[in-house]
Design a protein around this ligand. Sequence first.
Ligand code: AMP
Length: 114
Amino acid sequence: MAEKTIFKRIIDKEIPAEILYEDEQCLAFRDVAPQAPSHILVIPKKEIASLDALSDTDSPLVGHLWQVIRQLAQKEGLVDGYRVVVNCGADGGQTVDHLHFHLLGGRSLTWPPG
Ligand code: AMP
């Protein structure tokens, strides 16, 4: 059997994380190496390796993730805006093979990203 990703181990509560939100479909926790004052990862509990691995039937799940992101941004008080990033594949800078959305805010973010 393939080795669990670090995010699957967080879902299974095998390793600790600062969990901010959880329901039957998803989990949100603070990034261990924050790139902004607020840096939260929102992940589906379903094991989806990347954005590229989404199927058409995942659309309701993805819609739910966006609603959770929006609510977390409100809870974090990101009234001046925020950014949501999905790194996909090697060139996209993805390092954990479990779909995740980065919610970044709390400072003015530069553009373009590196
Ligand atoms: P990516 O480079 O888009 O795959 O993002 C992976 C993110 O996961 C990085 O921002 C890491 O800092 C973060 N990360 C890795 N391990 C952990 C962990 N145990 N708890 C929280 N965040 C983590």
